[in-house]
Structure formats: C-alpha cells, structure tokens
Design a protein around this ligand. Sequence first.
Ligand code: CP
Length: 310
Amino acid sequence: MKVTGVDFKGRDIISIKEFSKKELLHVLAVAAQMERRPDPHLLEGKILAALFFEPSTRTKMSFEAAMYRLGGEVIGFASEKVTSVSKGESLHDSIRILGGYSDVVVMRHPTEGAARVGAEATDVPVINGGDGANQHPTQTFLDLYTIKKAKGRLDKLKVGFMGDLKYGRTVHSLAQALSHFKVEMVFIAPPSLQMPPGILEELNAKGVKFKTIQDLKKGLAGLDVLYNTRIQKERFPDEYEYQKVKGIYTLSEKLIPLFKKDLKILHPLPRVNELSPALDGTSHAVYFEQAKNGVPVRMALLALVLGAVK
Ligand code: CP
C-alpha cells in the first residue's frame, strides 16, 4: 500500500523531498511525544526488518532501540556477506522476501536509488536508512529535531554546512528540508566537494538565500548552526582524489573566537579529524545529543508508518 498526503500509515520514507513542511513538523511533534512518554506496548506484535548492506552504528542501532522501546521485535543483518545476496540474489527479490517476514523495513545500501527499488519490491513500508550519496531522510528528521531543541526554532537561522557536501547524503537531505523554512545557508567546502549543482538549482528555484565559500574562517561569520561532516572516503572514485581533500578542515577550539556565542555545532557522526574532541565539552556541541535524538525520532517514524499513531 502506497499512501500519499498527510496520512503516514503504510507510507515509504525514501526522500525528504516527499515531505511537506506540515508533515516535517508533524513528525517532530510526534517525536517530542515519544521522548516525553514512550508507550512500551505501542508496537507489540510488529516486526522491523533492519537490512544494512553498508556499515552503520547510529542508524541501525537507534532504529532497533526505537522498535524495542515501543514493544516491537527486530530481525535483520549488518552485512550483505551473511545473506543470499552474496550468492547472487537480486536486491528486489531479497526485499520482497524480507518484507514478507516483517511489518516494516529499514534499509541502507551503497547504491543511489536502492531504497526506491526496495519500496517497489514489497507492500510493507520501506524506510531509507541511506542510499549511497543520495538521501538519508531519517537523519534529517533527527537533525531538524535537534536544531529545534537547541535553537528553539527552525526559522530565522543562518546555517553553515561544512566538509563533504558532494558525497554527504545527510547535507543533501537537510538542505532540502530546511528550504521550507526561513533559513540562510552557507556551504563551506572546496570546489571539488561543493553541493551538487542540482540541489543548488532547487534552492534557487525556492528563493533560498545561500552562498558557497571555501574559506572556513570566513564561512563561520554569523552562523547560528554549523553542520560539520566527514569527508566520505568510501565514495571517492579513486584514492588520489581523496588524498587531495583529506583533512582539509578541522573545526577546533582555536576557532571558538570566531563563533557566535550561541552557535550550535551538529555532526551526523562518525567523525574522523574534522571535529576536534576539545569542542565536546563546550556549549556549542550538540552532536552527541543529536545522535541520542535518533531514538525518539525513529520511534515516531515507525509508529507513524505502522499506523500506531496519527
Ligand atoms: N549518522 C549516521 O548515519 O551514522 P551511522 O553511519 O553510524 O548510521
């Protein structure tokens, strides 16, 4: 069953672009309810299939924790090596079979568009846990939730995105979601890792005010929120291209004098060397809180697509 509109029951979550502003805000409101008063019986008898064809710590574990916290059960895998895909079974067939064993599927896959293939293979709702460099919509819901909690609003913000804006799927989804709000965007990246032209065109078409810049220090000016990202080594076509940009930025405590007093720093994690642990204890750091918010936000998404809440 593929439902569109404001009813989430049975709905796939493939791209953040499929959600209206009203729907984004509704998910955040349900997540806040889940955080305040989780019902440990809400999803009793339901099974989540967590199918991770690519490594994950936060997305996989927080979906599993969300399902268990609401009384549901989880099946799944963390590598295609332990599945019959390694014997040559198609993605379509695998998802069709696993949809038959579960009530909802969350899947991560290295290929762009894989989640869409999965959604076409089964009648149960399919949630995209990240497809290549394309989209990571559930990360975006928790990013919005974190920004709203940290800043008290999603409007009237100047938001910087730094690092790998080309291959980083989280920044693609987040920029598209924030385009619904009165947000000014600053894209801080070397030219070879800037936001894809298609996304910049979408932002232009929606009248979003943004600029692209390479200089980190200049890019920090006046930011309310800074979304830092790892250079996505695994997505580069060759090692030489990666070596050229590896370690290009490090957000460290030395840059604090350039921050607005109430700047909040987010990072989808994992981090490598682009975010100094020396910032962890400062009032700017909200990235560990952000990762924790994955549980109530994913509780909300599971409960909504399973029709347990409206
Ligand atoms: N933020 C995120 O997607 O983390 P994982 O790769 O650990 O799931």
